[in-house]
Write a protein that binds this ligand. Structure first.
Ligand SMILES: O=C(O)C(=O)C[C@]1(C(=O)O)C=C[C@@H](O)C=C1
Length: 276
């Protein structure tokens, strides 16, 4: 199976894809950015794409919500992984020697507290964590560092200066597994991702929440996103879980008559949040 990720070997997307498809034969297809990955999924060039959507320290990756909507991507699964950040540089260096650190913007955000202790370090966003290690090695940037996984340090034969530099150890990223079409379902899903646009009337969001409440549906996430061309109007990306699939179907039916739009981006098996 061809699996598209943003990033190269050694990136956290690579770890997430390998963990989700464990036991299956997969070929990883790297992409420089999330948009080109979304385009390839939409163009059916991949069996699946894996895309980070939120992190417990840095929060939601808002552009990815926009891409899911723009390319009408379908979510077929999810995986949560523990993210451990490592400061990596050339041999013999310490953090105090560095004047620049490269990484993916989400990784830099996750290490903000550690980096605040080194105000001399200029933070520079790069395509992905692992590729930033490769780049400082290939360009021989001797006073530069990169933030990535331990695996990336090993892969590119660079030195690990500090481990677990994320601001909080409960650092998890949720990745979505995506296709251009829904899979034929061979099991009962436990979770759904919806896009809802309410009427612009008082209490219309409360009505939506009331429907979920009445049907015993639990919300795990609600994310408002601007609607293009309608300044200060918002769509809600809502993730829900249930005990009984029929309750969810009934809630969806009730929702349809109450809102301007309800779109199902995916119904899938919910991922386990790691405990380490
Ligand atoms: O740069 C990487 O290694 C990635 O896989 C990207 C990414 C992200 O998009 O959030 C994945 C997980 C971590 O949260 C940090 C970075």
């Amino acid at each position: 199976m061809e699996i598209g990720i943003q990033g190269v070997e050694g990136s956290f997307h690579n770890e997430a894809a390998s963990a989700y498809f464990e036991g299956k034969e997969i070929k990883i297809q790297p992409f420089h950015d999330f948009r080109s990955l979304a385009q390839a999924i939409n163009a059916k060039q991949l069996d699946y794409g894996v895309m980070a959507i939120e992190n417990t320290i840095a929060g939601s990756i808002l552009p990815n919500y926009a891409l899911i909507n723009e390319y009408d991507l379908k979510i077929t699964g999810e995986i949560y992984t523990r993210i451990e950040m490592t400061l990596i540089a050339h041999k013999g260096k310490t953090a105090a020697d560095l004047d620049q650190v490269f990484s993916h913007p989400m990784a830099l955000l996750q290490c903000a507290d550690f980096l605040a202790d080194y105000p001399q370090i200029k933070l520079t966003e790069y395509d992905d964590t692992a590729d930033s290690v490769r780049m400082i090695r290939d360009k021989q940037l001797l006073n530069a560092g990169a933030i990535a996984s331990k695996r990336a340090a090993e892969l590119f034969n660079m030195e690990i200066l500090n481990t677990n530099i994320e601001t909080n150890k409960k650092n998890y990223t949720r990745f979505l597994i995506m296709k251009s079409r829904m899979n034929g379902q061979d099991h009962k899903p436990q979770k759904a991702s919806l896009r809802v646009i309410t009427k612009h009337d008082p209490g219309s969001l409360a009505d939506v929440l009331q429907i979920f409440k009445l049907h015993g549906i639990n919300l795990t996430k609600i994310q408002s996103m601007p609607i293009l061309g309608k300044p200060y109007q918002y769509a809600f990306n809502i993730d829900v879980v249930w005990e009984d699939y029929d309750n969810y179907k009934d809630a969806l039916h009730a929702l349809n008559s109450k809102v301007e739009l309800v779109k199902v981006h995916g119904e899938y098996i919910k991922g386990n949040i790691p405990t380490v």
